[in-house]
Ligand binder design. Structure first.
Ligand SMILES: NC(=O)C1=CN([C@@H]2O[C@H](COP(=O)(O)OP(=O)(O)OC[C@H]3O[C@@H](n4cnc5c(N)ncnc54)[C@H](OP(=O)(O)O)[C@@H]3O)[C@@H](O)[C@H]2O)C=CC1
Ligand SMILES: O=C([O-])CC(=O)C(=O)O
Length: 273
């Protein structure tokens, strides 16, 4: 059995716990949980057959093989470094943290020194397998258009200086409105809970993506459209994701992608790139 510990007990963690309790994933189990909010980890631990810890250190001292980070961009440096130094492999969901080249190199080198692995799931987008393979050739253009319902973007828009009145105007206008157009670096720094996918895309293609974020009051899904042009030709993908019940900013596919990665890591046969 692959023994899993999860950091961050929100929407993705709940779906991982649920899936690993079913017959769909037979060779992996969640045994340890940690969240800065102990009540959250304790609640999830009660619903599953696992233990919650009050400190990250206590969590890392438990008998886990693999840490799944699904907490926040700010958590990644500490969680991933300490996990690798505690002889654990680590899956990173808050991939936005890896836009920091220094951190990316530090974690890669640490994993190599400790003979451990860092995994980045495809998350809520489609086509990463093809884009990764295509990046062995030359890629000249990478674009992402993410369209989300206004309520999924509200917190970030307020933090970025938009007023409540301006957000209400978008809602009342009833039309898609571009709320960001720029580089992957600016996108993840302004929308850290909405656009981790742009960093997955950039890492897979090895080209910093141009990102557009659209707020659409008529939409109930999280839509991600990708356009990649290179020596292999062009790749266009579009997913219209149903959001997670517990966190509408997050798409269910993001949770499924990490569940599938855990399944692949625990089983002898793996399909796809
Ligand atoms: N790669 C991808 O495609 C995708 C990535 N994501 C990212 O994955 C992560 C998890 O998503 P989701 O489950 O929806 O998020 P949730 O907000 O539902 O859950 C995250 C949980 O982690 C807790 N937390 C925050 N910081 C820390 C920390 N330093 N240590 C321990 N716990 C912490 C939060 O507590 P509190 O609420 O108190 O802050 C919360 O309970 C997010 O960073 C999200 O942006 C999401 C979708 C797609
Ligand atoms: O789940 C999604 O649709 C994308 C997301 O929030 C992210 O990449 O941070």
């Amino acid at each position: 059995m692959l023994k899993i510990g999860i950091v961050g007990c929100g929407a993705i963690a709940s779906l991982i716990c649920k899936a690993l309790e079913t017959e769909r994933v037979k060779k992996a189990e969640v045994i340890s949980l940690y969240d800065t909010n102990y009540q959250k980890s304790s609640e999830l631990a009660r619903k599953t057959n696992s233990e919650s810890y009050e400190t990250l250190e206590g969590f890392l001292n438990s008998n886990i093989d693999l840490v799944v980070e699904c907490a926040s961009v700010n958590a990644v440096q500490d969680v991933a470094t300490k996990s690798l130094n505690s002889d654990k492999d680590v899956i990173i969901m808050s991939v936005g943290a890896l836009v920091d080249k220094e951190l990316f190199i530090k974690l890669r080198d640490l994993a190599e020194e400790n003979n451990k692995k860092v995994y980045v799931p495809s998350g809520a987008i489609a086509g990463i397998d093809a884009i990764k393979a295509g990046s062995l050739g030359h890629i000249e253009k990478v674009e992402l258009i993410t369209t989300k319902p206004v309520f999924g973007l509200v917190n970030a828009l307020l933090k970025n200086g938009m007023t409540e009145e301006e957000i209400s105007e978008i809602q009342e206008k009833g039309e898609p409105t571009v709320v960001f157009d720029g580089t992957v670096f600016d996108a993840i720094s302004k929308f850290p809970q909405n656009i981790n996918v742009s960093v997955v895309l950039s890492l897979a293609s090895k080209v910093p993506a141009n990102v557009k974020i659209v707020a659409d009051p008529t939409l109930s899904t999280n839509k991600h459209e990708i356009y990649v042009k290179g020596s292999i030709g062009t790749i266009k993908t579009c997913v219209e994701n149903n959001p997670c019940k517990d966190n509408p900013k997050t798409s269910a596919l993001a949770a499924y992608s990490v569940i599938l990665l855990i399944k692949d890591l625990s089983e002898p046969l793996r399909i796809g790139t």
